[in-house]
Write a protein that binds this ligand. Structure first.
Ligand SMILES: CC(C)(COP(=O)(O)OP(=O)(O)OC[C@H]1O[C@@H](n2cnc3c(N)ncnc32)[C@H](O)[C@@H]1OP(=O)(O)O)[C@@H](O)C(=O)NCCC(=O)NCCS
Length: 220
């Protein structure tokens, strides 16, 4: 299949129609490339990696039960182009997840966990993220969930502004703290060596210098 970059720019519709569909196995490679491209900039400035961390994990997710993966696509010049992606689950997935299920149970919350939300940078600011979120909220209602729950880096300012403007509020969550540890460098600074004195010649020494008393034969 031709890559999205082969679609001529002049075929672009100024008001394209975005369709939602479930992700199929044959979409995996280009969806991974799409997610990587969307998060390239975000990952440069955040402490945490946005999930999925690796292609291997992304491919595993497809086979995991209880995870829904949605593609938002447009048609350009007869070809499909991915412009958005969303991933959600009814339970906490993965072994490296920071979320504690008991937190939600104790508060009678039945969350739909939003694992991923990504919009093509070329299409950001045009209402697509809002559409993705509405689709997720629609799913949450259908599945009997009470909340959408997601994780976002505090310095991912665009995304944070986006969520805050759409009635998301902060849960009790981890804050990354750091303190500078003052210490001396492990490696000592460079050092100049002493000049080596020129070696004295033995013959000259015996002719001029006083003899070592220990080497002088006893008199008599
Ligand atoms: C956050 C994100 C999903 C928003 O998608 P979007 O299609 O730009 O959203 P919309 O067009 O529906 O809404 C735009 C709103 O989001 C904000 N926004 C976020 N990123 C923006 C961008 N690059 N350009 C313009 N507006 C942006 C705007 O402030 C605007 O807010 P307002 O409508 O309250 O005034 C999208 O920026 C994105 O995919 N970012 C990179 C991946 C990411 O960080 N995902 C979230 C990880 S948890």
């Amino acid at each position: 299949m031709a890559s999205d970059s082969t679609i001529p720019a002049d075929l672009a519709d100024p008001e394209p129609q975005v369709r939602v569909r479930h992700l199929n196995k044959r979409d995996l490679n280009r969806t991974w490339e799409f997610i990587k491209a969307v998060f390239r900039e975000v990952n440069r400035s955040t402490v945490e990696y946005q999930r999925p961390k690796s292609k291997k994990r992304f491919l595993e997710v497809f086979d995991e039960k209880g995870i829904e993966q949605l593609l938002f696509v447009i048609r350009v010049g007869g070809k499909e182009r991915i412009v958005g992606y969303a991933e959600c689950a009814l339970t906490i997935i993965g072994t490296d997840n920071w979320m504690n299920e008991r937190y939600f149970r104790a508060r009678d919350m039945r969350p739909l966990f939003v694992e991923e939300l990504a919009v093509d940078p070329e299409f950001q600011g045009r209402g697509l993220g809002t559409f993705v979120l509405e689709q997720l909220e629609h799913l949450a209602r259908l599945r009997g969930c009470t909340h959408l729950v997601l994780e976002v880096a505090e310095n991912n300012e665009n995304a944070l502004k986006f969520y805050r403007g759409r009635a998301f509020t902060k849960l009790d969550a981890a804050i990354f703290l750091a303190k500078t540890v003052v210490s001396d460098p492990e490696i000592l600074p460079p050092r100049r060596l002493k000049r080596r004195e020129p070696k004295t010649r033995t013959a000259a020494t015996s002719a001029t210098a006083p003899a070592d008393p220990k080497e002088t034969p006893p008199e008599g």
